[in-house]
Design a protein around this ligand. Structure first.
Ligand code: IVH
Length: 833
């Protein structure tokens, strides 16, 4: 090809690529869909950039390549706004909005005006100045008079026009709008952060270090405002910010009404949200407000109200401004984002690390389209900060994706002589006195060994596929065994086969229970009503509750009575039962937990006694089964039937035999797996393998000196400390002895010592996608048996990646970026054959 031909081919290709990229940008921003992957998109862009670099004469100032960023701004320059950036007055009620309308009518002296309604977008205000049709600068609102010049960052937003073409474009004009991070993008970024954190956790474990995890983004608005002010515009380019425009300003604009300006913006290629509407009077404005009250949650971004603007520019001028806000516009804020409700009680959750989280149980209230019944209180400081008292009325707020939170207390509605909430001092799960480490906000239960949720974490790790591989013991079964005192230590698992008889009929605690702050057992409303009544199936109960979601308990029981009557569900039996239940509830003083009933109350109805008769036996027990073992009264067959209906699933013959089989099988797991299963801090799979190979048995490991340990490549100080702490605890040594007595492997076997080959020695390898010759996880053992190290995330240090079928594009992209070689499964088989 001649030089000329090459040049014109490049020119044509640049045009095609530009068109394609613009098309995909349009799909993404305007139609909210994609036809190609991010990777393919980036490839088009890269090709374009390469061609434009080589043939700079064809570089168009509008080219999509101008949006990839790459500039670093240390300090943003301060720029004065030509027109002050004002804020808006807020209203929260129809009355206030009517008064606004009255003020407008009075100001103008007539009612001959129209309104223009837009949604109030929750993002960051931006002002763009165009000179001679070109984007000259983008400035944040700042203090309204001057803001930061963030042009380089704004240019990366792919649908912001860099140039505006057409007839009669004013020499200079300004557009204003709201930059936002679409909800979907916000979720994607947080997922990425979670992925990164997983990698950091794995890396920390592997290298015995303590690198901090990244903080997730709190909400889309903060994320947008943080992104606009980032120093590196290439990072901004990767976060897909978007912008809606709602204002046009300038001297030579040939428009006299706001709706004309909006249409002009649309014509010039600015992104305008299609949600606007011209309204002939305030009543139409009310209808617009109602229309969008719920519908706005379907929009791609967060909105918090409606902006109502007088449409005519002349009339706007007549009305003028007060000190800070225009008299011709107002924001109506949707109230439902925040609601007021009663604090019923506080429950406390114990996590697998022993951390305590208080949860506010609220009287159900409708908020932003859903019913809110609970709110997290984080820790004791939060309760103090809010100065929460028993029975307070609180304000709850919800920011779309986040769990509702309590933002304040209504002091006017506080009842006299109520006590401030006193934080629990004992663990609600095991009764141990809580501790709080200096400088930490959370309380902890120090009973690491026997506190049920903490034991659960440990036993789950022990039975995990990559550890002892007892897959016949799922989380629910383990939880049931722990809560019913069958296991605490991993060694107890191997003693289960001696307890076959006791295990049969044991309840598997299917989430139907919870506990109050005082430690009383509560059972789900669904199970309780099902057990107490006749002729109503669990499915029907489910339907009834779903249809009455959000009702307060007394109201719900009333509705339940109507339901029984209307559907003729054994009225003679069921209605008196509902009355008795309401009575018992009213006359007892248990906490109020939405969707749950206190077990003493339910038992009182069954046995026709007082809740007080059951109070003491229902404390600190985890299932109705346990409580009934303690009950000394008479149990008639009819009662027994009702009690059985409360219970969760029970352990049956098949389940138990299966579990025992898994337990027996696990005894064959090699030493390195057992070592990993013990859950010694900082000992991940690879470290366990390393230690097993080096020390051959647990005695050698236990007696190894710090020096001997540190000699091993891959062992650091943190690990030495962890090992010492573990072996210094006599309880741990006893566990090891018991496990050994049950036949677990605490010594490396001959066949483990012998590697299949050394063909992968010193290599770090990862497999991704579906492999044809190996089952999931099997590849890890194969890599190790040939002397290699299996690594779980893509990093530069990998020697290669075995590429399976359907390997994820993002992983592939990352590998290519880092220059890590990909090989096929066949090539790998050849390497080890
Ligand atoms: S018009 C003088 N329209 O709300 C009126 N503002 O509280 C200027 N906002 O700074 C603003 N959506 O950041 C207008 N459709 C909309 C809006 C909107 C969100 C923001 C904007 C402004 C703030 C005023």
């Amino acid at each position: 090809m001649s030089q000329m031909d090459k040049k014109s081919a490049a020119k044509a290709r640049i045009a095609t690529l530009t068109e394609q990229i613009n098309y995909h940008n349009h799909l993404y921003y305007q139609e909210d869909r994609t036809e190609i992957t991010d990777f393919e998109f980036d490839q088009l862009l890269e090709e374009l950039i390469a061609l434009e670099t080589e043939y700079s004469e064809f570089l168009n100032e509008d080219s999509p390549s101008q949006r990839v960023g790459g500039t670093i701004t240390k300090d943003f320059q301060t720029v004065e706004h030509r027109y002050r950036m004002l804020s808006l007055g807020n209203t929260y009620s129809e009355e206030e909005l009517k008064s606004f309308d009255e003020r407008v009518a009075k100001g103008l002296g007539h009612r001959d005006y129209t309104y223009f309604c837009e949604l109030k977008f929750d993002g960051v205000a931006i002002s763009l100045v165009y000179d001679n049709g070109k984007l000259a600068k983008a400035v944040t609102r700042g203090d309204g008079y001057k803001g930061d010049n963030v042009t380089e960052n704004i240019k990366t937003i792919r649908n912001i026009p860099l140039t505006v073409k057409g007839e009669n474009i004013p020499e200079s004009f300004e557009v204003r709008g709201e930059i936002f991070l679409p909800r979907k993008e916000f979720d994607r970024l947080n997922e990425e952060i979670e992925e990164r954190n997983k990698e950091i956790r794995i890396e920390n474990e592997k290298h015995n270090r303590n690198r901090n995890e990244l903080t997730p983004l709190a909400n889309p608005r903060n994320a947008a405002s943080g992104t606009v002010k980032m120093q590196d515009s290439s990072i901004v380019a990767k976060r897909r910010l978007n912008c809606y425009f709602y204002q046009l300003l300038g001297e030579e604009l040939q428009v006299t009404e706001h709706d004309e300006a909006i249409h002009l913006l649309e014509k010039w290629g600015f992104n305008v949200s299609p949600t606007y509407q011209k309204c002939k009077d305030v009543n139409e404005v009310f209808r617009y407000i109602e229309l969008w009250r719920e519908k706005r949650f379907e929009l791609p971004l967060e909105t918090d109200g409606v902006v109502i603007k007088v449409n005519s520019y002349d009339q706007r001028e007549e009305l003028g401004f007060t000190a800070k806000i225009p008299r011709w516009a107002i924001a109506y804020k949707y109230q439902a984002e925040s609601a007021e409700t009663e604090l019923l009680s506080i429950t406390y959750q114990v996590g697998r690390t022993g951390a305590i989280t208080p949860v506010a149980q609220l009287k159900p209230v409708s908020l932003a389209g859903t019913t809110v019944k609970r709110a997290s209180l984080h820790n004791a400081n939060e309760i103090l900060r809010l100065d929460l008292h028993e029975g307070d009325f609180v304000f709850v707020e919800k920011g779309g994706e986040i769990i509702p939170k309590i933002t304040g207390v209504s002091l006017e509605r506080r009842r006299p002589n109520t006590n401030p909430i006193s934080y629990i001092t004992e663990c609600p799960e095991c009764g141990t006195e809580l501790i709080r480490n200096e400088g930490e906000a959370k309380h902890y239960c120090p009973n690491v060994q026997t506190c049920p949720p903490q034991a659960l974490g440990r036993i789950e790790h022990f039975t995990h596929k990559r550890a002892m591989d007892i897959d016949t013991m799922g989380t629910e079964r383990i939880r049931a065994l722990i809560e019913q005192h069958f296991i605490v230590s991993p060694a107890d698992i191997y003693e289960l086969p001696d307890k076959r008889e006791q295990l049969l009929g044991l309840e598997v605690n299917n989430e139907q229970y919870t506990k109050s702050s005082e430690g009383y057992l509560f059972v789900s409303l669904k199970k309780a009503l099902y057990a107490l009544t006749k002729s109503i199936s669990l499915l029907q109960m489910d339907q009834f509750l779903a249809e009455h979601e959000g009702l307060e308990q007394t109201e719900l029981l009333e509705k339940f009575e109507s339901y029984v009557r209307k559907n003729k569900k054994n009225i003679a039996y069921n209605v008196p039962v509902i009355w008795r239940l309401k009575d018992s509830l009213q006359n007892s003083s248990f906490d109020h937990i939405e969707d749950f009933l206190p077990v003493p109350v339910v038992l009182a109805v069954i046995f026709k006694k007082s809740p007080e008769d059951f109070r003491s036996i229902c404390r600190k027990e985890n299932t109705v089964h346990d409580i009934m073992l303690k009950y000394e009264g008479e149990i008639e067959p009819a009662h027994l039937d009702q009690i059985n209906r409360i219970k969760g699933n029970t352990f049956q013959e098949g389940v138990v035999s299966n579990m025992f089989k898994g337990i027996e099988e696990s005894k064959k797991q090699p030493f390195e797996k057992v070592l990993f299963a013990l859950g010694i801090r900082n000992i991940g799979e690879n470290t366990a393998q390393l230690l097993a190979r080096n020390f051959k048995n647990i005695e050698n490991l236990k007696s190894a000196s710090a020096e001997e340990l540190l000699e091993i490549n891959g062992v650091g100080e943190t690990l030495v400390t962890s090992l010492q702490a573990y072996f210094n605890d006599e309880e741990n040594n006893r566990t090891i002895e018991r496990l050994r007595a049950h036949g677990l492997q605490f010594e490396i076997q001959d066949k483990e010592q012998k590697l299949e080959s050394r063909s992968l020695e010193g290599m770090k390898i990862l497999a991704s996608g579906k492999l044809n010759h190996f089952k999931r996880d099997e590849i890890i053992d194969v890599v190790q048996s040939h002397g290699g190290t299996y690594v779980k995330s893509v990093s530069k240090s990998l020697d290669f990646i075995i590429e399976g079928e359907d390997m994820g594009p993002s992983k592939k992209e990352k590998a290519e970026k880092l220059g890590v070689k990909l090989i096929s499964e066949e090539e790998f088989l050849q390497m080890i054959s």
